[in-house]
Design a protein around this ligand. Structure first.
Ligand code: SF4
Length: 186
């Protein structure tokens, strides 16, 4: 019993059990019994949302509570690694300063105001349609053009083939836009 109590002191453990002071002999009881924060949590496989590399992520959760997001060792793309952006995915979801409302700054205003998503979508649709109406060119020099260069679309890096196909179909074939770019350029 006394020996057990004495051996709780790391210096004694190191003196009598050997080691160079960097292993188990230097650990406190608390350190020895530490458990990972995601122990016992449920895990879902996912893909980092930031860029087109598509690194694998393990999303640890407990019911509706997110616990942590780690690199997925089984991913053939990233083999458990995440870059600093991907490593911060947890805060992308949980940070208290995360913006959750659409921000709008009216022309000449210095202040941002919150808009509902419905209102913002209506305003965007109105502006797209107005711009198209004012800039659409049917033909030039006897050649059919059917296009507008007044509106452009810049796609996100994580858009997949299907989303790019729909964007191209809607904006080019539907609205006549020619200025369209995505990381996966089709
Ligand atoms: S972890 Fe980094 S490199 Fe990998 S997909 Fe995310 S942002 Fe891209």
């Amino acid at each position: 019993m006394i020996k057990e109590l004495a051996f709780r002191w790391p210096v004694l453990r190191q003196l009598f059990q050997g080691g160079d002071g960097t292993g188990a002999e230097a650990m406190s009881e608390r350190t020895r019994t530490l458990q990972p924060k995601n122990k016992g949590a449920q895990v879902a496989r996912s893909v980092c949302p930031y860029c087109a590399v598509g690194c694998g992520q393990l999303v640890f959760h407990d019911g509706n509570r997110l616990i942590s997001i780690e690199g997925d060792p089984a991913s053939p793309v990233s083999r458990g690694r995440l870059c600093p952006k991907g490593s911060d995915s947890f805060e992308l979801l949980t940070h208290s300063k995360r913006l959750t409302k659409v921000k709008y700054r009216a022309p000449f205003s210095r202040h941002w105001q919150d808009l509902s998503l419905d209102k913002a979508m209506e305003m965007i649709a109105d502006r797209v349609w107005d711009s198209r109406e004012h800039s659409f060119i049917d033909s030039r020099d006897g050649q059919s053009l059917m296009q507008t260069t007044a509106i452009g679309h810049l796609g996100g890096a994580t858009l997949d083939n299907e989303e790019n196909y729909l964007i191209k179909k809607l904006f080019s074939a539907g609205l006549g836009m020619v200025c369209i770019s995505n990381q996966a350029r089709i």
